[in-house]
Ligand binder design. Sequence first.
Ligand SMILES: [Zn+2]
Ligand SMILES: [Zn+2]
Length: 344
Amino acid sequence: MKSAMLYGAKDLRIVDLPEPSAPGPGQVRVRFGAGGICGSDLSYFAKFKVGDFAVREPMILGHEVAGEVAETGAGVTRVKAGDRVAVNPNQPCRVCRTCVAGRGNLCMKMNFFGSAAVHPHIQGVFRESLVVPEELCHKVPGSTDFRVAAMAEPLAVTMHAVNRAGPLIGRHVLITGCGPIGALTLMVARRAGAATVTVTDLADGALERARALGADATVNSASEAERVTSWAENKGTFDVAFECSGSMAGMHTAILSTASGGRVVQVGMMGDTPVPINRLMSREVDFIGAFRFDAEYAWAVRDLAAGAIDVSPLLTHSFPMAEAGAAFAVAADRAVSMKVHLTL
Ligand SMILES: [Zn+2]
Ligand SMILES: [Zn+2]
């Protein structure tokens, strides 16, 4: 089976791997339909690491996937051959102390596709065939585009981030960074009742898309820097900020622009970096992390299948897996692309 495997920085190869063995009891074999290229895949590709997770052996990339059930093992009841499914890449153990406390996204023994967080690495989903436990398969209607179903993963990330923010109804929201995660956060924040949503980015193309998706204001943090700095005046402007750029500048903007008593949710991933602690402390701004998702995956699939959240404006490009190199180049160019998918 064809797979997109990373051997080093910028060294992505299409390799032919043996077909996986037939699904065992409770397992499902899924034929690849579409897989989204995520910011973390781009980071692995460019730097051979993401945040603190360095790649130590060849790794198949990808964790945002949907496909068609090809075969089911004994005892599988929720899906059958021919069904379209979105596949949840999160496999928490459900028995460790964080799982038992109801926070499966923070599982201490998490298996997550296409991740170098543990060693040996968990191989990713950019491959023709995948054998997974039944409970990871979420059925969608046969009419659902595989690319839309694959968006359940990033959508779940943003639903979790909005959950971490607390009630948004009537609140003024800032989103720093408008890649796919920022754009989805915008849609989810709207759905959660935010009064206004302001979006910053460095790329005018991304801001244009944010306006089309319903942002109240968009600001280019490079060319309109004085507008960004003005948000820090009078003890801050926004009730809640979502930092979705994974950049130090974005994080500083989010913290300085949040009003006293407000909350900043760090969604983007970056290396360790200085934080303006005095501004957090003296204005009682809550600075909290949001990492992956748990129950939100099922909610995301439901909203996508029902059309309650329309992600189609975000789906800018798709490439056959054999052209994964070109797909990664386009995905890395934020001036032209939003979400890029691989298909078979
Ligand atoms: Zn992702
Ligand atoms: Zn666990």
